[in-house]
Design a protein around this ligand. Structure first.
Ligand SMILES: Cc1ncc(COP(=O)(O)O)c(C=O)c1O
Length: 297
């Protein structure tokens, strides 16, 4: 019989639930209201959700109105990519989506769905070290990339977004592996996705911050999330997500508790573009680096 305690390190697949997320979820469990109801129980549930919206909005550095709660990063990627595609079509932008073959299956799946609808794929090149190649994206109507690759930990070159903007394209960023590790406010995206369980929140909760009210929902069914994501909200999950987002928010943590790598990335992101810290290196292998691990997730 082994006497060694088991040490769980696979935080990039799922981080353990943080104590504050655990506590607020336990508290919210006692409130049984539907957040759409106008009685006291419903209003309490609504309050929980709107507090969480503020916490998530602060972490991503976007107005609270842009934050749409989802069931996680996978749904956020679908909502963002397909929603922005609808905006691109309304604007008459080219039905060409630029994306890399190395991104998370949820992002590739959303891009494949677009291709199934007649969009053309423009592959973004990837170097041998796993870095996205900055090239001309002229002709693209939508660019969909990850801020940090889920397998390699490579940080996307901000030049990719600059090239997308130069082309007049809309930009979707999967920031699931970046949230809590790199500053997100400086990322110039029309849609930005994060997921609670990578941050110390519960599985099954996430958000897309989307800057376009005319992005279409995946299901046209109800009024929740201003019609952008219908269905009764996952109040418990959202409450835990909010607490985890607040705990992960570098701006809300005392400077002494921030990891050196996060600080470095923040300084390097000062140019107003995506943090370029050692971008393109195949693995950020410094012990303690928050984006070093390559995990299948
Ligand atoms: C980069 C990236 N995007 C999206 C997802 C999917 O998120 P979720 O598990 O919340 O659906 C993951 C999960 O591992 C991921 O690493």
């Amino acid at each position: 019989m082994s006497t060694n305690p088991r040490i769980y390190l696979d935080f990039n697949a799922t981080a353990p639930l943080g104590p504050r997320a655990h506590a607020v979820m336990a508290q919210a469990m006692a409130d049984s209201g539907n957040p759409s109801s106008i009685h006291a129980e419903g209003r309490r549930a609504r309050d929980h959700i709107e507090r969480a919206r503020d916490q998530v909005a602060h972490l991503v550095g976007r107005p609270r109105e842009q934050v749409v709660f989802t069931s996680g990063g996978t749904e956020g990627n679908a909502l963002g990519v397909l929603g922005l595609a609808a905006v691109a079509e309304q604007r008459g932008l080219p039905r060409i989506v630029a994306a890399a073959a190395v991104d998370h299956p949820s992002l590739r799946g959303a891009v494949a769905a677009l291709v199934g609808r007649g969009w053309q794929l423009r592959p973004i090149g990837v170097t041998g070290a796993g870095a996205l190649e900055v090239g001309s994206l002229a002709g693209a109507g939508l660019v969909a990339i990850a801020a940090v690759n889920h397998e390699l930990g490579t940080i996307a070159d901000p030049g990719v977004i600059a090239a997308a903007r130069a082309a007049g394209a809309l930009v979707h960023v999967d920031a699931v592996q970046a949230a809590g590790k790199l500053p997100l406010a400086a990322i110039d995206a029309d849609a930005l996705v994060i997921s609670a369980h990578k941050l110390g929140g519960p599985q099954g909760a996430g958000a897309v911050a989307i800057a376009h009210d005319d992005a279409l929902p995946l299901i046209e069914a109800g009024h929740q999330e201003r019609g952008r994501r219908p269905g009764t909200e996952n109040t418990l999950g959202i409450v835990g997500f909010g607490a985890a987002a607040a705990d992960a928010d570098p701006a809300r943590r005392p400077a002494s508790s921030r990891s050196p790598s996060a600080t470095t990335a923040g300084q390097l992101a000062g140019s107003g573009s995506m943090a370029p810290a050692r971008r393109g290196s195949a693995a950020r292998s410094t012990p303690g680096s928050p984006v070093r691990a390559a995990s299948r997730s």
